[in-house]
Design a protein around this ligand. Structure first.
Ligand code: KPL
Length: 310
């Protein structure tokens, strides 16, 4: 049976959220606060509703969402994808037929490479990508903790969709929630990739919070080398940047989200598969295409792949 969705209006479009984990849950709650109709998509069966809560500086905010099984969802006009990078294909495949022609899909995930697959599968959709530095972790499945207020940038994956990206960023902009349009989202996402390459594996290896990396000279030295390698690959990909710019941004992100348990640290601690292939692994793939050596990214990937899960 198909579940009806909330009415879709141009001002308040009806969003489906795939992957209501830490970032997906945060966004669902923020959209609900802006009175946007939001439906959560469940991997398996669903009881019909799910209540999410977030602990913020000034208290706790909770909201009860309609939840439908992905297989039972009706036509989807606006889809926010926050699944783990490695689950994108398996989680999205059953939804491809439900996506309306011209539907807006916003990928807000760590890592890079996932959008290439979706562009091939559904060239007719309006594909947007985002980059967020919000720090949020889960006390339990439905209870989030805001550990750092970051910024979110939204842009078009393909030229022609810029106006849609700009309009979406404007509709989500709130004084407590900085969301901006970025005409060069690719470069922005590479900057976020550099942060994830430098912060995520090291927090998982040292089992520390993001901010604690800044107190470890050996971690800082590795972060600097990671930035040098990523800068070289970015230059080869046609983006202007340098080691110092990336290192400054990485340190600022670690400081802003100092109290956060990075997503990779949380995955390793919970014995889950990590996103390393789409983070340092993506840098390795692009580096190989340009004949560039990136030994520090390689060694972080090797270390994470061989970490015992507990
Ligand atoms: O994106 C993140 C993550 O944990 O995956 C950062 C920005 C490092 C915040 O923790």
């Amino acid at each position: 049976m198909k579940t009806p969705i909330a009415p879709d209006t141009p001002e308040k479009p009806s969003w489906h959220v795939l992957g209501a984990g830490a970032i997906g849950g945060l966004w669902a709650l923020r959209m609900a606060r802006l009175a946007m109709p939001v439906t959560l998509l469940a991997h398996g069966s669903s009881t019909g509703t799910r209540t999410l809560s977030i602990e913020e500086k000034n208290g706790i905010f909770s909201h009860r969402f309609p939840e439908v099984s992905a297989a039972d969802s009706a036509v989807i006009t606006h889809l926010l994808v926050c699944t783990k990078a490695q689950l994108t294909v398996s989680a999205m495949t059953p939804l491809l037929a439900q996506l309306q022609k011209g539907a807006t899909v916003l990928l807000l995930q760590n890592g890079m490479g996932q959008e290439d697959w979706l562009q091939q599968e559904r060239p007719d959709i309006c594909l947007l990508t985002g980059s967020s530095t919000d720090g949020v972790w889960r006390r339990d499945r439905d209870h989030l903790v805001q550990a750092g207020l970051g910024e979110t940038f939204i842009g078009a994956a393909r030229s022609g969709d810029e106006a849609a990206a700009r309009a979406l960023a404007a509709s989500l902009q709130d004084k407590h929630w900085p969301v901006h349009f970025d005409a060069d989202i690719r470069q922005r996402r590479w900057l976020k990739l550099a942060m994830n390459c430098a912060i995520n594996p090291l927090t998982a290896i040292y089992r520390c919070k993001n901010g604690e990396l800044l107190e470890k000279p050996e971690a800082l030295a590795t972060m600097l080398t990671v930035c040098a390698e990523v800068a070289e690959v970015m230059n080869a990909e046609g983006m202007a940047t340098d080691t110092e710019t990336l290192f400054k941004a990485v340190c600022a992100a670690a400081e802003k989200t100092a109290a956060n348990i990075s997503s990779m640290h949380a995955d390793v601690a919970a014995g889950r598969e990590t996103e390393i292939t789409f983070i340092n692994g993506y840098v390795l793939a692009r580096a190989a295409a340009h004949g560039i050596a990136v030994p520090t990214n390689q060694s972080l990937l090797n270390s994470i792949s061989s970490l015992p899960r507990h």
